[in-house]
Write a protein that binds this ligand. Structure first.
Ligand SMILES: C[S@@+](CC[C@H](N)C(=O)[O-])C[C@H]1O[C@@H](n2cnc3c(N)ncnc32)[C@H](O)[C@@H]1O
Length: 433
């Protein structure tokens, strides 16, 4: 692998590549790392490499001509080459990307400085833009050094032991298991017995389990893509159950006061499918109770008939899981009845969140709301869903939060409330594993 690094500070790289694995790999001829001083290619007498941005604004930008000339001077070798720009708005650098880049014969890395580079450098010369993380460095040199070091680990022969990168974190999508070396006991902390057993089957099993546990705890997002067999999946399920987060969320489906299509306040009729489906979603996502707010006495009779059938009647023995779901449904006359009841049970008034298909100012996003609810585990939250043409303004205005609408990329936004409820609950309370 040949790396060509374009920088205005070539001396930066004197140290990072001059010892350890990278030094040995260069000595063995497995890597060639060249730095190119961009300033050398500046044509003006002051060797300027930066200029003010068109349109004004603070800071300077790297000019295109010296970078273009430096790139021209990079000798092409091998069949597969790539020009990389280090930039905070690039694709996030990962273990997977490092593995893919190791397949190239030559990688040229442009290190930005100042406020970044003239956009045409990206347009004309760059194949891949890479960010090493969501923070801003003063220059691309540290990023280039990170890229070179991690990519090189995947080049055959660079690491003494060919197996090492296979056991490292991120391989198979998991973090690495805990490792120990001598002494066997240090200040009362002993090495796990299984590692001393000499039984490699048991050791492999223990390591896999510990990898899964560690990934579950520290980076659950990785488990989604990890290579797991059926036994591992069962273990993840067990971990999920053991570690399920506690939060206190209630939902209420409001049939009054809501709008009709002429924006008049009405009471809507209950929909059997909504009751069943929202109740099932509520149980799936850990909602405490699903309230139906329906003041109309005739409608209440109907609801009660349905609930009775599934909770105590024939339906309960016919379909137990449906019975469990409908058991979580409570019928109340007004929203005030619901909030009062939650306050009595929880010891404090619930924080209310309204939902609507329309956008408005100061809405809360799903991630923020999820974080809020998960961070205030003991606080009750009440999520309000409308029927008809949506919740009346008096409910919207008195709520603590208004949640952003769920939407696709189209302008059609007429989801049935049971679909909206399922999507909202999934975005807020899904187990992302
Ligand atoms: C001060 S930064 C420019 C930041 C730029 N104005 C912005 O807001 O995106 C200067 C240079 O540092 C490098 N750099 C900064 N943060 C980086 C990151 N997270 N990953 C990769 N390169 C980075 C890039 O080469 C960038 O051109």
């Amino acid at each position: 692998m040949k790396y060509d690094i374009l920088t205005i500070f070539p001396e930066f790289f004197d140290s990072p590549f001059s010892f350890g694995i990278l030094k040995k790999a260069q000595d063995k001829g497995l890597l060639e790392i060249n730095t190119h001083d961009i300033r050398v290619y500046s044509e003006d007498k002051h060797k300027t490499v930066d200029d003010t941005p068109y349109g004004g604004g603070g800071g300077m930008l790297m000019k295109i001509e010296p970078v273009a000339a430096a790139l021209e001077n990079v000798k092409k070798t091998g069949k597969k080459s790539l020009v990389v720009l280090t930039t905070p708005d690039g694709e996030k650098f990962t273990d997977k990307m490092a593995r893919e880049l190791a397949d190239y014969d030559q990688i040229t890395i442009i290190c930005g400085r100042y406020e970044g580079v003239d956009e045409r450098i990206r347009d004309l010369y760059v194949d891949k833009e890479i960010s090493i993380g969501d923070y801003v460095l003063s220059g691309g040199e540290n990023a280039a050094s990170v890229i070179v070091e991690s990519v090189s680990r995947f080049i055959p022969g660079v690491l003494g032991n060919e197996l090492s990168p296979q056991n490292d974190s991120f391989n198979q999508g998991l973090l690495e298991y805990p490792q120990y070396t001598r002494p066997e006991n240090f200040e009362g902390k002993s090495v796990p017995k299984v590692l001393l057993s000499g039984n490699h089957g048991d050791i492999d099993k223990w390591r896999k389990t510990e990898s899964i546990k560690r990934t579950f705890k520290k980076r659950p997002d990785l488990l989604d893509k990890a290579k797991l067999d059926n036994q591992d999946i069962d273990f993840v399920k067990e971990l999920k159950e053991r570690n399920s987060p506690s939060f206190k969320v209630y939902i209420a489906l409001i049939h009054y006061p809501v709008y009709n299509n002429r924006f008049k306040i009405i009471t809507t009729a209950f929909t059997n499918l909504d009751v069943h489906d929202i109740a099932r979603s509520a149980v799936t996502y850990g909602v405490e109770k699903f309230y139906l707010v329906q003041p109309n006495p005739e409608q209440q009779k109907l609801v009660n008939r349905v609930l009775k059938h599934w909770i105590n009647g024939e339906g309960s023995s016919f379909n137990k899981s449906r019975s469990e779901a409908l058991n979580r449904v409570e019928l109340r006359n007004t929203l005030e009845d619901v909030t009062r009841e939650i306050q009595e049970v929880e010891g404090e008034k619930p924080t209310t969140i309204v939902t609507d298909a329309r956008s408005a100012d100061n809405m809360i996003g799903f991630e923020d709301l999820r974080e809020l609810i998960f961070s205030e585990k003991e606080k009750p939250y009440l999520l309000l869903l409308g029927t008809g043409w949506g919740l009346a303004n008096e409910i919207m205005d008195s709520a603590d939060y208004r949640l952003k609408p769920v939407s696709g990329y189209t302008n059609y936004n007429h989801l049935p409330v049971r679909s909206a409820a399922a999507i909202i609950l999934d975005r807020l309370f899904s187990c992302k594993i």
